[in-house]
Design a protein around this ligand. Structure first.
Ligand code: NDP
Length: 461
């Protein structure tokens, strides 16, 4: 058997790569991890974690309003962007440090530099730890990166990467896109007092989500002061003295201080030398893998966003763990990508598991819908107008709950629990046999008895 420097060489120290590297190293394997930027990947450095801190910071403005509604006298409140950014960066550095420590504790070797495949068992690293390294197995976990659309002046816009480090908080922002990142950042900027417009090319935001969730969220965003412009896209952006001027497809112009593109992310495959070694990409430009994350090359695997399956941190972690179990613990494991719950940290947030109503009708024909839209008691107390949406999609023939959709405070926390039941194949009768916890928002989930018949279905559901 050939003698290699390492049993496993991982390219990319993000969520998926680090989990695989640690588990493999803990099995006694000799493991190296190469990272060209900072350890922790998108999630820790410029994604989920700093985003959530920004959501927390921005939610304070509505909490101050609630405070007044409950009899508090709140003095002049102000927000210090620079001090927040500093504290956020300190915390991110601490978390990144924990990742480094955990890798070291497991016995993995961390190499700083950009890695490139030279052949099916050799990686070249350029940078601080430059060198050529051989490995019996190679795992690519390089994640994704934001893409900007291509039109004149698009370079004047930023992406979420730069939004985490804006030198000053703008007065006005135009967020472009209608996906997770667009609605989350629109909420962040709006909550921090920035005049925020969300520009989306389609009929409604969050394409792919349940239609009730989409329209409900769009209404709630507008109620909170975000201007949502639909069915409209960019033609150009120009820098003027007054700010950035966007010319839009409806021939209107729009002036703002910052344009932020949240127009999707692409698998980060550039410069990896995939062509050289014959690692195949799929039609979306992601690394093609089988159910056990193996690429077209026998000795090379890939996990996480670079494979563009479900682009979520916990999924990358599970894919990395399944790879390590299979290859280093003699325990063949494939991660089940079905019924992965997710949350959108918009304001209000969204929690979803399973199928939308449209997907379920398409898959099963007949479905029962249970839906409730209401003002939670916390806001009715002071006359607030925020509304929650709770919706269950139930397959008619066997009464299994196949979709749960929640828009409202704490929905990300609620959906984590609902996901367990849905993953276990819960039926509506079992669901209803669960006694409510009162008074909560989530109790509405187990008290919906009457079927909702959407007008367009006309009772055929
Ligand atoms: P998404 O794919 O979710 O959304 C991209 C948006 O940009 C869509 O609304 C899309 O429109 C629009 N768009 C794409 N190209 C253009 C263009 N040329 N001009 C105008 N609009 C365009 O990507 P995100 O960047 O929001 O997020 C990437 C992924 O990261 C998500 O899919 C998710 O998996 C993950 N993520 C998860 C989070 C979470 O779990 N809370 C948070 C953030 C990210 P259209 O719908 O018409 O295609």
């Amino acid at each position: 058997m050939a003698d290699y420097d390492f049993d496993l060489f991982v390219i990319g120290a993000g969520s998926g790569g680090v989990r695989a590297a640690r588990l493999a190293a803990l099995s006694g394997a000799k493991v190296a991890v190469a990272e060209e930027y900072r350890v922790g990947g998108t999630c820790v450095i410029r994604g989920c974690v700093p985003k959530k801190f920004m959501v927390y910071a921005s939610e304070v403005s509505s909490q101050l309003k609630t405070a007044k509604g409950y009899g508090w006298t709140v003095g002049e409140a102000s927000f210090d962007w620079k001090s927040f950014l500093h504290d956020k960066d300190v915390e991110i550095a601490r978390l990144s440090g924990i990742y480094v420590t955990n890798l070291q504790k497991a016995g993995a070797h961390l190499l700083h530099g950009k890695a490139r495949l030279l052949d099916t068992h050799t990686v070249e690293v350029e940078g601080k730890d430059a060198g050529r390294y051989t490995a019996r197995k190679i795992l690519i976990a390089t994640g994704g990166r934001p893409v900007k659309p291509d039109f004149p002046g698009a370079d004047l816009g930023i992406t979420s990467d730069e939004a985490f480090h804006l030198p000053t908080l703008p007065k006005r922002v135009l967020v472009v896109g209608g996906g997770y990142i667009a609605v989350e950042f629109a909420g962040i900027f709006n909550g921090l007092g920035v005049e925020t417009t969300l520009l989306y090319r389609g009929a409604n935001i969050l394409r792919g989500f349940d239609d009730d969730v989409r329209s409900h969220l769009a209404d709630e965003l507008e109620k909170r002061g975000i201007k949502v412009v639909l069915g409209c896209s960019h033609q150009s952006i120009e820098q003027t003295e007054a700010g950035l001027v966007s010319t839009l497809s409806n021939d209107l112009t729009f002036e703002t201080d910052v344009v932020m593109f949240a127009t999707g992310r692409e698998p980060y495959v550039e410069g990896l030398g995939l062509d050289t070694v014959g690692v195949e990409l799929n039609e979306r430009g992601a690394i093609a893998v089988n159910g056990q994350s193996r690429t077209s090359v026998e000795s090379i695997w890939a996990v996480g966003d670079v494979t563009d399956r479900i682009n979520l941190t916990p999924v990358a972690i599970r894919e990395g763990a399944a790879f390590a179990q299979t290859e280093f613990y003699n325990n063949p494991t494939a991660f089940d990508h079905d019924l992965v719950a997710s949350a959108v940290f918009s304001q209000p947030p969204v929690g979803v598991v399973g199928l939308s109503e449209a997907e379920a009708r398409h898959a099963f024909g007949k479905v029962d819908i249970y839906r409730s839209i209401f003002r939670p008691m916390k806001v009715t107390f002071y006359g607030g107008q925020d509304r929650c949406l709770i919706k269950l999609v139930v397959k008619q023939d066997d009464q299994k709950v196949v979709g749960v959709h929640v828009v409202g405070p704490d929905s990300p926390e609620i959906i984590q629990m609902a996901a367990i039941a849905v993953k276990m194949g819960v039926t509506k009768a079992q669901w209803d046999s669960t006694c409510a916890v009162h008074p909560t928002l989530a109790e509405e989930l187990v008290t919906m008895r009457e079927k909702y018949v959407p007008a367009e279905v006309g009772g055929a559901g």
